[in-house]
Design a protein. Structure first.
Length: 59
């Protein structure tokens, strides 16, 4: 599975994160059905992984 930098396609998310948090760097990647948001701030770094699985029945 290949990790692809898609930060330029998520400019609204990046702008919101930079304006409303202490983040100094925001990057967005995809790998298959998983989206990854990497954020750097002065006191911490964060990784957010979102699994976009489809095809599951909803009850």
């Amino acid at each position: 599975m290949k990790l692809v930098n898609v930060t330029n396609s998520h400019s609204r998310l990046v702008k919101q994160q930079l304006e409303s948090t202490d983040a100094e760097l925001v990057k967005v990647y995809t790998a298959g059905n998983i989206s990854i948001v990497y954020t750097e701030a002065p006191q911490h770094n964060e990784l957010l992984l979102v699994n976009k699985k489809t095809g599951y029945p909803t009850n």
